[in-house]
Write a new protein. Sequence first.
Length: 336
Amino acid sequence: MRDSDQPPPPDHLPDLLQEGTHEETVACLDRLGAADGETRKRALQAVREFAAERPSSVADLVGPLSTFLTDEDRAVRLTTAKLFVALAQSEPTVVLSGVDVLADRLADEEEFYYVRARCAEALGYVAVEAPEAVADPETLADLRIGLAFDEPEVKEKLAKALAHVALGDPSRLRHHVSSLAEHLDDDDELVRYHLCTALVVVGCEYPGTLAETTGPLQARLADENPYVQGRAAEALGLLAGSDTGVEGGPAFGDGAGEREEPPTFLTDRLAFCRRQGAAEQSGEDPDGVGTRESIREATEEVVEEMTTPDGSACPHCGFDLPESGPPMCPGCGAPR
C-alpha cells in the first residue's frame, strides 16, 4: 500500500477531480509539491487534459494550482501556464483568482519567455469576458512594451492578448492605437494580424481614433498575408466611413490584384473599404465585416487558417516541417 504521505502518481489528480472531495484534492496538490519535477509536470499535464473538458471542476483549485506558476522547475511553470491557457480558453471566469499571479509572471523579465507568452495568452482570454480584471494600466503596459521583444513567441501572444483586451472593452486601448500601430511592420505575420485586429475592434467603437494609424495601415494594404491585408482594409474602411475620414484617401485595394485567388476574407474587406471611401456609397456592406461581434466569433478560425495553410510550414518562420519530428521548429525554435 502506498504511504499517504508520498506524492500521488501523475494520474491520481484527475481521479480526485472527478470523484474526490475538495479537501482531498487540495491535499493531493500539496503533496505533489514535494514530488520530483518530472512527476509534477506529468501530474499537471493530466489535470490540463481533464480541465480542458470540464473547466468548472477546477474552479476552486485555481489558487493551489497557481502556486506551480512559481515552481523552481521551468518545465513545471510552463506546463502550469499551459494549463491556465486551457482553462481560460474554455471558461475565462474560472481563472479570475489567478490573474494576479499570471500578471506577475508576465511582468518578470527574468522568466522563461515561453512561460511569459503563455501567461499573456491566458490573460487575453480572461480579458474578453472580464476586461476590468486584466486591463489595468500596469498589465497593459507590460503587453504593449513587450511588443519590442525579439522572441517571436512572446510578441505573438502579447499581440493576441491585446486583441482580446480590445474585444472585451475597446475603450481600454483607444488611447494606445499609435503605440500598437508602431509594430504593424513586425516580421511575424501573426503579430501583424492580431494588432490589426485590435485596431479594427477599437475602430468599431471609436473609428476616429484610427486617424493616428493611417500610414501604417495603408502600408499593410500591400501585406504579403491576405488576412493581415484584409484587417488593414477593414480598419481603413471604418475610418473612411467616420466623421474623421482619411486624409488624402487610402490606396484602396492596392496589392489585391497581385493575388490570383484572394480569399473571400480579403475580397469582402476590400469591398467594404472601397465602399466606405467612395464619395457616394451604394449597396450593402458584406456580412460580418466591420463589427466587433463578427471579429469575436471568427478571429480564432482565421488564425487557424493562417497557421495551417498546408500543414507543413512553421507559422513563425515558414520553415518546412516534416510530418514527424521534434516538438520545436528546427528553423526558429518555436513550439510546433
